[in-house]
Write a protein that binds this ligand. Structure first.
Ligand code: C5P
Length: 234
């Protein structure tokens, strides 16, 4: 198990200029950035290209969900872009996930498909209203097992689910966890949070952190501080 847990910056900023200024500040201090729907829908492949040209590995967080053929085709459409991680929804089912993983392997061997299990915005009641009788943790495990059987090598999950997933899925699968806050940092709208060191010790492979870095007076210093904390977990 214990691969070094790495930091991914969630590049959630309102415009390209701010994003590029932030990336310049972080060059050399950070390896990974996550580009989500907010920025990708506005700036598209150009922004991915710019981040990659600055030396960052790009995690494209599009959370795809559609019929298997459409998702597989969408993965192939991204083949030319320098992305290293891409999210799909595990609730799209086994065939959708396996077709996405196959499409990635064929079109870009460096691209890892990650499955999102249950969004952390769902509680038990919200899940039940969608017709899912299982409790959130049970449903996370159901979908995580399905994702693994479908050839997906990474999962996005809450840090509070790391223990459950490591116990049932083993040490090989990558677990990517948002909902991270360094001790003393502003919690913002995150509710179920964990500090970097605890997440790394619990078995997270990558932590996703946005505002504690983006809003820091010195983002590079904040990023290096978090990385040092992760490295101390070894
Ligand atoms: O600013 P903050 O550190 O809260 O950013 C966390 C990032 O992780 C955001 O991009 C958010 O959309 C994403 N995320 C999350 N919780 C999830 C899934 C994704 O916070 N369950």
């Amino acid at each position: 198990m214990s691969k070094q847990c790495k930091l991914i910056l969630a590049l959630d900023l309102p415009d390209r200029e701010l994003a590029l200024t932030m990336l310049k500040k972080l060059q050399g201090s950070l390896e990974w950035v996550k580009i989500g729907l907010q920025m990708y829908l506005k700036y598209g492949a150009g922004l991915v290209e710019e981040a990659a040209a600055m030396g960052f590995k790009v995690f494209l967080d599009l959370k795809m969900y559609d019929i298997p053929n459409t998702v597989a085709s969408a993965v192939k459409s991204l083949a030319g872009q320098k992305i290293s991680m891409l999210t799909i929804h595990a609730s799209g089912g086994a065939e959708m996930m396996s077709r996405a993983a196959e499409a990635a392997a064929e079109s870009n061997p460096n691209l890892e498909i990650l499955a999102v299990t249950v969004l952390t915005s769902f509680d038990e009641q919200a899940l039940r209203l969608t017709g899912v009788a299982a409790k959130p943790a049970e449903q996370v495990l159901n979908l995580a097992l399905l994702a693994k059987q479908s050839g997906v090598r990474g999962l996005v999950c809450s840090p509070l689910e790391i223990g459950l997933l490591r116990k049932n899925l083993g040490g090989e699968i990558d677990l990517i966890t948002p909902g991270i806050r360094p001790l003393g940092a502003d919690v913002g709208d995150q509710k179920r949070i964990m500090p970097p060191l605890m997440a790394a010790r619990a078995g997270s492979s990558y932590i996703v952190v946005g505002r504690p870095i983006l809003k820091a007076a010195d983002p590079a210093l904040a990023a290096r501080g978090i990385i040092a904390e992760l490295e101390s977990a070894k």
